[in-house]
Design a protein around this ligand. Structure first.
Ligand code: AMP
Length: 403
């Protein structure tokens, strides 16, 4: 257990990264009386807009990091593309409860898979790939179809190639893909029936609390919608939550870990990816849970007792991307009461850029989904999407049944 230094209201928390996750952590922390200093390369970023102070600097800029340490009592990071060496540098100066170990694991797909493997957490079969020859061998051994993924730097589907047939290795992949020293993994395509995720908080004291399992729907590899509670049998939700707790405990997480998973037709659950911080699929907790993931994150890193993550209302969260902004602005004065808008304060509305999100609360998930479909902000769910998110799967003797 780490040494806990009591930091009450009035203490200053440094945030590495000035994105929307940091912004929402700060908004919650301000209610609790903490002060915040952000560090980000951009002057006007979602986090700096709500912080007490801001340092402009890159995530390898040790001078900026030293300044952050000087001005704060405790430091957190809000995204994983931070050099773990910077975290180690800060750790010598101030408390960084999340540490650098989880960051080292989660910013590298291969290290993440290996750590999960070692912890006995099921993942899709995979092989390491350095060259075209490796890839050919991997497709033979792991099987087709499959997905080739870069081990670092990929997000929202970038750095991923779906491979259906062996001839696509020549035809589909960029010619110079293996010319650098990049390492890839090739993994089996998982015929999942649903994508689930669970956000777990683990505090400095070792206390663990999990938010409810949710169902996620992606469009163009970007999270479109999260449904809480997950539209699965309670036994499946429970299994997902237990798996996420096992991840948090085995990896000795301090703060939050978001565990993204695939639910297979036979009821098995495989872990796809981890995030060592608040997660987009936990944004619904702001409006729908007794405690939000952002408040719980702060409580965990401060060593405060964790609070109840109980779901107070069914909710559907939908992301507002750059392309949805004109419609949102046009309807800003006419949004129904159940629609809670969260806006990140980004200036430029680029296609695919996360500009904000809405959470729709209702007595039933179906009702929230119907309201989302009526909102003129994004295209309604297709029949296939609706079936994918709403079908209640029960697993009986290895055969999936849909009610
Ligand atoms: P990732 O960047 O690994 O989270 O992948 C983004 C999305 O691509 C996932 O949420 C899935 O929808 C899809 N995906 C990634 N890997 C696989 C896989 N092995 N099998 C099926 N779908 C996948």
């Amino acid at each position: 257990m780490m040494e806990i230094k009591n930091l009450g209201p009035g203490a200053t928390i440094g945030v590495l990264g000035g994105g929307q996750l940091g912004r929402m952590v700060i908004l919650e922390g301000r209610k609790m009386g903490y002060r915040f200093v952000t560090l980000d390369p951009a002057q006007d970023c979602p986090g700096s807009q709500v912080a007490d102070d801001h340092i402009v600097g890159g995530f390898q800029d040790l001078e900026a990091a030293a300044l952050l340490a000087e001005r704060t009592d405790l430091i957190v990071y809000e995204f994983e593309n931070i050099d773990p060496k910077m975290v180690d540098f800060l750790k010598e100066r101030k408390q960084v409860p999340q540490g650098s170990q989880l960051l080292r694991i989660t910013r590298h797909r291969l290290h993440e898979k290996q750590a999960l493997d070692q912890a006995g957490i099921p993942v899709s079969p995979y092989q390491v790939v350095h060259s075209k020859e490796d890839l050919v061998k991997a497709t033979e051994e792991v099987g087709l179809p499959g997905v080739l993924k870069t081990t670092t730097g990929g997000y929202d589907g970038k750095g991923q190639w779906m491979i259906h047939h062996s001839d696509e290795i020549e035809k589909k992949l960029p010619a110079d893909l293996f010319s650098s020293s990049q390492v890839f993994i090739y993994e089996q395509f998982v015929p999942f029936i649903k994508e689930l995720s669970v956000v777990v908080a683990r505090s400095l004291t070792g206390e663990v609390k999990t938010f409810p399992a949710v169902v996620n729907l992606h469009r163009n590899h970007i999270l479109h919608m999260t449904i809480a509670p997950a539209t699965v049998e309670p036994a499946i939700a429970q299994k997902a939550e237990q798996l996420a707790v096992a991840v948090a405990e085995q990896l000795q997480v301090v703060g939050l870990v978001a565990v993204e998973m695939f639910l297979l037709p036979d009821g098995e659950i495989w872990v796809n990816e981890l995030a060592p911080r608040p997660h987009n699929s936990g944004h619904y907790t702001f409006d729908a849970c007794e405690t939000s993931q952002f408040a719980q994150f702060l409580r965990a890193v401060l060593g405060l007792p964790l609070q109840s993550p109980r779901l107070v209302s069914p909710a559907v969260m939908v992301n507002i991307l750059g392309e949805h902004v004109p419609q949102l602005m046009a309807h800003w004065y006419r949004l129904p009461s159940a629609v809670k808008v969260h806006w990140y304060g980004k200036q430029e509305a680029k296609k695919g850029r996360k500009m904000g999100h809405v959470t729709v609360l209702a007595a039933e998930v179906e009702e929230a989904l119907a309201l989302c479909d009526q909102l003129p902000l994004w295209s309604p769910l297709t029949e296939k999407e609706r079936a994918a998110v709403t079908a209640r799967c029960t697993i009986s003797e290895g055969v999936e049944e849909r009610k």
